[in-house]
Each structure stands twice: as C-alpha cells, then as structure tokens.
Design a protein around this ligand. Structure first.
Ligand SMILES: N[C@@H](CCC(=O)N[C@@H](CS)C(=O)NCC(=O)O)C(=O)O
Length: 266
C-alpha cells in the first residue's frame, strides 16, 4: 500500500502527485497542515525527520525527498515509465530533476514566503509562537531565511537572486524545448513532474509574464495542463484557505509583478 503525506499546494507534494497520477498508482493521502506546523509534530518527524512534505510510505517503509520518491516509484512500479530508456535522455531528465534540489526550491520558498506566506503566518501567530515555530525547524539555514522573510518580505536581501534564478530556469527551459517537446527529449518524464509545480507557483503568484516572451515554455505549460494527470494531481487540490496556506494572490488583487519586474531589471 502507498500512502502519501502531502499538502495541497506544496510544490514538492505536487511533483509526487503528478508522478503518481501519470503512473496511475492507487494510493491514500494524508494532508499535513503546514500552517499549523503539523510537519514538525513528533509523529510526522518519525516519518520524515526533516519535518517537510512530502513523504511516501510504501508497505510501512518511508521514502522521503520528492525527487527520490519519484525515482523510487518508477523503480518499484516499472509500468508506465517516467524515465526515458536512452542513457543520454535519462541523464538529461536527472539534470532537470535536480534543478529544484540544487536551488530552485529554496528560491521558490523565498518568493512565495515574501509575497504571500509571511503575512499569513504573522497574522496567525503571536511573536512568541513565531519564535517557537522557527526554533523547531530542523534546517537552521531555512529557519534563518524564514525569519528574514517574515521581517522584510520582498525587501529581504536574497529575494532578488531568487527571482533571477526563476528567470534563468525559464530561459534554460525555452532553450531546451527547441530540441524536443519535453525537457528530456521526446517523452514526458520526471523532468516535467519536477519543474511544472514551480512554473505553476509563479503563475499563481501572478507572474506568468515571466514567460510571455518564451513561447515554448508557454506551450509546454499549456500541454501539461491539458493532461489528465494535471486535473488529478493539481486542479483537484485547491487552495485551502481557512487556517491553512493560501497562495491565491491573483484573486486577492495583490500585484507583485511591478516589484518583481524591477528586481529582474536591477
Ligand atoms: N527537498 C525536499 C523539500 C521538501 C520541502 O521543502 N517541502 C516544503 C513544502 S514544498 C515543506 O514541507 N515546508 C514545511 C515548512 O514550511 O516548514 C523535497 O524535495 O521533498
């Protein structure tokens, strides 16, 4: 039996949900409320000692790290493979899959926190509760970044680099997609599952203009959204609101594009 511990709008959980949907693997899901810090509860830390989602439990055995989970699923359930068979295409897939792990994920956290989550977290916690929350995070560098973002929002010193990294990745995608329909070549792969949630996040933050002059990225994103896996893994999991994270900036009329545009130009 497969059990996925996840969160509706977590990019890393979206990666794994896309992989599960593409592979058509039946599974149970347990939602971890990140706003309520359930990810650092003693019970969850036994499953994922890093205190983050997702975690997959397969027949009682936990597997963590979204990229590792996707490859694990492909190893454990070879039907409907998500890795190209040719070694070179597979290597390219892995290079894309490690883009979030190398830096994009932290950059995405930075932009989302600065733009949306910081205010929500501050509204939901007293200063003492905030301090306690940060103290519980196992990753101290992450805790430091969150502290800065809570204090300074989009003016935190590392926000510009985070925005520029997203821009660079979009540029790399545009270039890569001249060679094939998908990031690792001619077939949909783990590379798509790994990168799509980050493009979706920019979209949800009202930053789709970052690819308005990147037609291949726009086309790739549209093709992903047309796949049945998108409905199953993404659209079926709406923003929760009501005491959980809410990244629905667009509907709230918040517009960070002018600030992001200025950061990109600086
Ligand atoms: N490298 C990990 C990163 C996991 C991660 O950072 N997950 C985020 C959600 S996307 C999380 O659980 N954050 C908890 C928090 O904000 O404290 C993976 O790929 O699984």
């Amino acid at each position: 039996m497969l059990v996925l511990y996840h969160h509706n709008i977590s990019v890393c959980a979206q990666k794994v949900r896309l992989a599960l949907a593409e592979k058509k693997l039946p599974h149970e899901r347990r939602h971890i409320n990140l706003m309520k810090a359930e990810q650092v509860s003693p019970d969850y830390l036994k499953i994922n000692p890093k205190g983050v989602v997702p975690a997959l439990v397969h027949d009682g055995q936990p597997v963590t790290e979204s990229t590792v989970i996707m490859e694990y699923l492909d190893d454990a359930f070879p039907e409907r493979p998500l890795r190209p068979a040719a070694p070179l295409a597979r290597a390219r897939m892995r290079v894309w899959a490690q883009v979030p792990d190398a830096a994009l994920h932290a950059a995405c956290g930075t932009v989302t926190y600065a733009a949306a989550f910081a205010d929500q977290i501050k509204a939901a916690n007293s200063p003492a509760a905030l301090k306690e929350r940060l103290a519980k995070l196992p990753d101290r560098a992450r805790a430091w970044r969150q502290e800065q973002l809570l204090e300074k929002g989009l003016d935190a010193p590392f926000v510009a680099d985070a925005v520029k990294l997203h821009d660079k990745v979009l540029g790399d995608m545009e270039k890569t997609l001249t060679a094939g329909a998908w990031l690792a070549g001619d077939t949909f792969s783990i590379a798509e599952c790994a990168i799509a949630p980050y493009v979706l996040r920019l979209d949800r933050l009202g930053l789709a203009r970052m690819w308005e002059k990147r037609p291949r990225v726009a086309d790739w994103y549209a093709r992903l959204q047309a796949r049945p896996s998108w409905a199953e893994a993404i659209t079926a999991f709406p923003v929760l609101g009501g005491g959980d994270y809410d990244d629905d900036l667009k509907s709230k009329g918040v517009n960070i594009w002018p600030k992001v545009k200025a950061l990109l130009a600086a």
